[in-house]
Design a protein around this ligand. Structure first.
Ligand SMILES: Nc1ncnc2c1ncn2[C@@H]1O[C@H](COP(=O)(O)OP(=O)(O)OP(=O)(O)O)[C@@H](O)[C@H]1O
Ligand SMILES: Nc1ccn([C@H]2C[C@H](O)[C@@H](COP(=O)(O)O)O2)c(=O)n1
Length: 242
C-alpha cells in the first residue's frame, strides 16, 4: 500500500454565508480529516498587504507581497489557526475592514495563482501525512472543486438562497436579522460575491459536483447532508487503491 491510497479529499465551494466554513469544519472533525479554510488564506494575504503598507489597488505590488506572505495554516478542525510571520491573525482577518477589502486580493490573478499553489501543496501533504497523518482533508472556498482540487474524491457546491445567507450573516455579525442588520450585511455578502464572481465561478456546480442547498436546513441537517455525499462517494476504507 502506498501513502495516500486511503486518503480522502473533500472539496466544498459556495457563495458567502452558504455555511461552507462551519459545515466543512464539522464534517472534517467528525471524519478525522484536516480542515483547510482557503478564504482565510485570502484574508491573511489582505491583512499582510495592509500591515506592510501595500496599496491594494496596486496589482503588481499585491502579487509581490503575496509571494512573500509568511503564512502558516493550522489545519486541526477543532482549533484551526492562521499565523502570519509568527503572529496569530485568526481574529484580525475576520474584521469588517478585511471583509470589505479582501476581494481586491481575491480578484488579483497572480495572487490567486500563488495562493492556489500553496493550497494544492497543503492538500497534497494531507494525502500522505500532514495534520491528518494521511487521512485527508476537507478544503473549502470558491474554486476548490474546479481549479485547486478538481480531482478531489468528493466535490460539493454548498448553496443557500440570498435571503437565508443574508439573515445568517446578519445574525452572526449584528445579532439580529432585522431590516437594518440585513442592510448592513449586504456589502459583505452580495457585493463581495459579485466582485469575486468576476474571476471564479461558485454559483453553478461544475460537472461532477454535487449541489447541497441549505436554504431550508439548519446547521446539523446540512452537516448530515454533506456527510451523506461523502458516504455515497464510498467509504475510504473500502475504496479501490488509486
Ligand atoms: N444551514 C445553516 N443554517 C443556519 N445557519 C447556518 C447554516 N450554515 C451556516 N450557518 C451560520 O451562518 C453563518 C455563516 O456561515 P459560514 O461562515 O460557515 O458561511 P461561509 O459560507 O463560510 O461564509 P463566507 O464564505 O462568507 O466565510 C454562521 O453564523 C453559521 O453558524
Ligand atoms: N478559494 C477561494 C476562497 C476565498 N476566496 C475569496 C472570496 C472572499 O471574498 C474571500 C474570503 O473568503 P471567505 O473567508 O469569506 O470564505 O476570499 C476566493 O476567491 N477563493
Amino acid at each position: 500500500m502506498e501513502a495516500g491510497e486511503l486518503s480522502t479529499v473533500v472539496a466544498v465551494d459556495g457563495p458567502s454565508g452558504s455555511g461552507k466554513s462551519s459545515v466543512s469544519r464539522e464534517v472534517a472533525r467528525r471524519l478525522g480529516l484536516a480542515y483547510l479554510d482557503t478564504g482565510a488564506m485570502y484574508r491573511a494575504a489582505t491583512w499582510w498587504c495592509l500591515d506592510q503598507g501595500v496599496p491594494l489597488g496596486d496589482g503588481p505590488a499585491v502579487a509581490a507581497a503575496v509571494r512573500d506572505l509568511p503564512l502558516v495554516m493550522g489545519m486541526d478542525p477543532a482549533a484551526p489557526t492562521v499565523t502570519v510571520g509568527g503572529r496569530d491573525v485568526g481574529a484580525a482577518i475576520r474584521s469588517t475592514e478585511i471583509s470589505s477589502q479582501v476581494s481586491a486580493v481575491a480578484t488579483n490573478l497572480d495572487a490567486r495563482a500563488e495562493l492556489g499553489r500553496r493550497q494544492r501543496e497543503l492538500i497534497e501533504a494531507e494525502r500522505s501525512g500532514g495534520w491528518s497523518g494521511g487521512r485527508g482533508v476537507v478544503a473549502e472556498g470558491r474554486d476548490i472543486t474546479t481549479v485547486v482540487a478538481p480531482d478531489a474524491d468528493v466535490r460539493v457546491l454548498l448553496t443557500a438562497d440570498e435571503a437565508a445567507r443574508l439573515a445568517r450573516r446578519a445574525r452572526e455579525v449584528h445579532g439580529s436579522d432585522d431590516a437594518a442588520a440585513i442592510a448592513a450585511t449586504r456589502d459583505q455578502v452580495v457585493r463581495r460575491d459579485a466582485d469575486d464572481s468576476t474571476v471564479v465561478e461558485f454559483q453553478v456546480a461544475a460537472d461532477g459536483v454535487v449541489t447541497v442547498d441549505s436554504s431550508e436546513l439548519d446547521l446539523e441537517q446540512t452537516v448530515v447532508a454533506v456527510l451523506g455525499v461523502v458516504g455515497r462517494a464510498g467509504d475510504p476504507q473500502a475504496r479501490a487503491p488509486r
